[in-house]
Design a protein around this ligand. Structure first.
Ligand code: PLP
Length: 371
């Protein structure tokens, strides 16, 4: 990041790690289709399978369970469409890549602390004996609230259902083991981990036979057709390997995040931090400066060189009402003033100072003009 700028939007995307870029460059320099049987093809296949093993190891899976996709969005859709005979429910706080693709699926509500309501899930499961699929994320992208996935998995399995977990935000920042979580399908995205955009994976438990979303060649063991994005996948593998080795570094991020929250709320006594009481990702702050629209805050912070998001980042750059804060019963007027600050592995104390300074200046200015 150029000097003087503080990038505090890691939940939107993380900077590409040099090791990932190097692995991508190595794959780009190679000519060979992983499906070809000649030596160039075999070398491409070797790199592909190494990346598959690295991605699997990050989440305690075995390599054959990893299906590479074009990102977290495609992996989520693949999971949701994998078992068309099953009835489907999703939590109300899922990412739009889940919600927008299953408009008719029942939404399992969340409580005010930002976690899914397990008794509502149990009621939904018990209301119908047909086999089901439930989708519940590991950690919310807006608030960072960690979801009770293992408990949900126990309930879901007790009713003969399957659990899909969107672990896009949790993987790398939290220890993730698909067996301990007990989920049957798990979504990952490379760019949230310091890999490239446009690559992800659906980890599919070995005993399942999901219906493919994209048919064609027999790639990915007939689960996702299309020549694999080898450079992207190699970048994904390299960053997964690093992420698996350095989970400790997120402890320091949590300390910095807690310090930032203390300072933000000391400046703005009326500021509200959402999901503050819930177990959360170590890096995420969802905070409202009451009566100052999120878009105003984002622009003012950007002018001061600090990059954050307004609630859910939307591809058009427009700020939409947050369905997550809605599900948590946050009054609309407060939700419209919520921004998301997300720190990362390389965030410095100086960047946090820059945030606090810019936030303090904006707060003083808006309160003075209101007086
Ligand atoms: N799921 C969650 C929780 C996310 O935060 C995102 C991206 O913001 C996605 C899925 C989509 O991932 P991708 O950008 O790789 O399509």
């Amino acid at each position: 990041m150029p000097a003087g700028l503080a990038y505090l939007d890691w939940n939107a995307t993380a900077p590409v790690r040099p090791e990932a870029a190097a692995a991508m460059a190595q794959a780009l320099a190679l000519c060979g289709n992983p499906s070809s049987v000649h030596r160039a093809g075999r070398e491409a296949r070797r790199l592909l399978e190494r990346a598959r093993a690295d991605v699997a190891a990050l989440v305690g899976a075995v390599a054959d369970e990893v299906v590479f996709t074009s990102g977290g969005t495609e992996a989520n859709i693949l999971a949701l469409r994998a078992f068309p005979e099953r009835r489907l429910a999703v939590s109300a706080i899922e990412h739009n890549s889940v919600l927008a693709n299953v408009p008719d699926a029942p939404r399992i509500p969340a409580s005010r602390d930002g976690a899914i309501d397990l008794s509502a899930l149990e009621r939904w499961l018990g209301a119908d004996r047909r086999p089901a699929l439930v989708s519940l994320m590991l950690a919310n992208n807006e608030t960072g609230a960690i979801q009770p996935v293992a408990e949900a998995a126990r309930l879901v399995h007790a009713h003969g259902a399957l659990l899909h977990c969107d672990a896009v935000q949790g993987a790398g920042k939290l220890p993730v083991d698909i067996r301990q979580l007990g989920c049957d399908l798990l979504t990952l995205s490379a760019h949230k981990l310091g890999g490239p955009m446009g690559v992800g994976a659906l980890v599919v438990s070995a005993d399942l036979d999901p219906m493919p979303l994209i048919r064609g060649g027999g790639q990915e063991r007939n689960r996702r057709a299309g020549t694999e994005n080898l450079p992207g996948i190699c970048g994904f593998g390299a960053t997964a390997r690093l992420a698996a080795a350095e989970r400790q570094s997120w402890r320091a991020v949590a300390v910095m995040r807690d310090d930032a929250e203390r300072r933000l709320t000391a400046i703005a006594l009326d500021a509200v931090i959402y999901a503050a009481a819930a177990p959360r990702l170590p890096n995420t702050i969802c905070v409202a400066m009451p009566r100052v629209p999120a878009s105003t805050q984002v622009m003012a912070l950007d002018l001061a060189g600090v990059m954050v998001s307004a609630g859910a980042a939307c591809s058009s750059g427009k700020v939409r009402r947050s369905h997550v804060l809605d599900a948590m019963d946050v009054p609309e007027a407060d939700a419209e003033c919520a921004i998301r600050i997300s720190l990362g592995r390389t965030t410095t104390a100086a960047e946090v100072d820059q945030l606090i300074e810019a936030w303090g200046t904006l707060y003083a200015r808006t309160r003075a003009s209101a007086a």
